[in-house]
Write a protein that binds this ligand. Structure first.
Ligand code: ADP
Ligand code: DP6
Length: 412
């Protein structure tokens, strides 16, 4: 039996991917740019095992067993299709290359795959990006695939291609019909903006109403505003963003990030019927960030601005310079206190951080409603690297003799 275990990160786009020019092989209408998040706080972990003794392909996700990766008709249709598509693509590319040192043709062996996420799945926190990147990276290791993996991960879920790399990553939409030039590439290392922190404000960790795939399809079909985004605004904004990144111009980076998130949600609202992802709480977080930035701007302290971005869900992702993270946490805790039964340590997950004492000026920020529990919890994290290969046997989710999930990994 050959077994490989990998972890892969979540990524959060600052220039959003929203809309496809080809649904089958997932080609986007515009380039996008993202930050890869640190895997200590949020990651997918996947073990792939191949063996001549396996009698079928099997897949387990977060403790649920699915019978076959390739032909599982009982899986959610979309799920099995995208998974198979990524899987076949890796196998096909591997078969073009002679596998060194392998006596048996492992391409013909059945595969067992087990994956877990250490954060909520399908809740607008980019589990699909981490999950598919991890799957493709692990399969790539098993079959000895060389070269670009991002174009394969892209076919599982578009945003997954950006999770193949760490730091700041750009996914080029490409021009070709076969998608070979629609790849992700790293554009800056994780410490490009030194000591940058990320705070995810989880307003709802439940399954979202309209998934990204359906939402963006409806937008492309019905929104006139989307035509303007694709032809004009997102193109110029992407180039401005590249310049801001190159120049390490944090203030402009913040403004562009906020503008692109707002534009994505504007085209969602312009969709017929509208796709509504942000809630009153989301808007309250956005408003707090603007109030905070006004204070910083008034003081000429542009390097300590904060920015927000929202994916297809109500959860704000805040990019916060390390120097003000305690202050921002304090502000969030004051404006969005934990629910009555929640301790501060349960409420702020991830990197431990004490919150600062707020100045009088910052105490006056926030809307009128300081009710507890509006946010479910916060995740405090930072920028991170790309997928990792786990070499220790303990990391494996599958038993090395039977090839079925170990009972200890929550994978019943
Ligand atoms: P999210 O906002 O979390 O990305 P989506 O609804 O877009 O939510 O995607 C969730 C889907 O991604 C899951 O239903 C599953 O099909 C896939 N997925 C999530 N995590 C993994 C994983 N670790 N391995 C394989 N697929 C995964
Ligand atoms: C709002 O990558 O989940 O997070 O390609 O249909 O699987 P599919 O969509 P997906 O969409 C992500 C949309 C987004 C913005 C982004 O990550 O760029």
């Amino acid at each position: 039996m050959k077994t490989i275990t990998c972890t892969a990160p979540v990524n959060i786009a600052v220039i959003k991917y929203w809309g496809k020019r080809d649904e089958k092989i997932i080609l986007p209408l515009n380039d996008s740019i993202s930050f890869t998040l640190n895997q200590d706080e949020m990651c997918a972990r996947t073990t792939v095992a191949v063996s001549p003794s396996f009698t079928e392909d099997r897949f387990w996700l977060n403790g649920n067993s699915y019978c076959s990766v390739l032909f599982a008709v009982f899986l959610l249709l979309v799920y099995s299709i995208v998974l198979s598509r990524a899987y076949i693509s890796v196998r096909r590319r591997a078969s073009k290359r002679k596998l060194e040192g392998s006596i048996e043709d492992i391409l013909n062996w059945h595969v067992h795959i087990c994956s877990v996420n250490n954060f909520p799945t399908a809740a607008g926190l980019a589990s699909s990006a981490a999950g598919y990147a991890c799957l493709v990276y692990a399969l790539g290791q098993v079959y000895g695939v060389e070269g670009d993996l991002s174009s394969i991960a892209r076919q599982g879920s578009g945003s997954a291609c950006r999770s193949i790399y760490g730091g700041l990553v750009r996914w080029y939409k490409g021009e070709l019909d076969d998608g070979t030039d629609s790849v992700a590439q790293p554009i800056a290392p994780p410490d490009h903006f030194p000591n940058l922190r990320i705070i995810i404000c989880v307003a709802n960790a439940g399954r979202k109403k309209t998934g990204s795939t359906d939402g963006m399809r409806q937008t492309v079909q019905t929104s006139r505003l989307m035509e303007y985004r694709v032809k004009e605004s997102v193109v110029t904004r992407t180039e401005a963003m590249m310049e801001a990144i190159q120049d390490k111009n944090w203030s402009t980076f913040c403004d562009l990030t906020i503008a692109d998130s707002n534009e994505m949600h504007a085209v969602c609202l312009d969709t017929f019927p509208p796709c509504v992802y942000m809630t009153d709480t989301s808007h309250a977080v956005a408003s707090l960030v603007h109030q905070y930035n006004e204070v910083k701007i008034a003081r000429g302290d542009l390097n300590h601005k904060v920015c927000y971005t929202f994916d297809a869900g109500p959860n704000a992702c805040l990019f916060v310079p390390g120097a003000v993270v305690k202050e921002v946490l304090a502000l969030l805790l004051r404006t969005f206190p934990p629910g009555p039964s929640q301790s501060p340590t349960e409420y702020v997950k991830g990197i431990p951080a004490q919150s600062a004492t707020l100045s009088k000026e910052l105490m006056s920020l926030g809307d009128e409603d300081f009710e507890g529990g509006r946010l479910k919890y916060l995740i405090h994290t930072r920028v991170g690297d790309g997928p990792r290969l786990m070499l220790d046997a303990e990391s494996s989710l599958l038993d090395h003799t039977t090839g079925v999930p170990k009972p200890t990994n929550g994978t019943a």
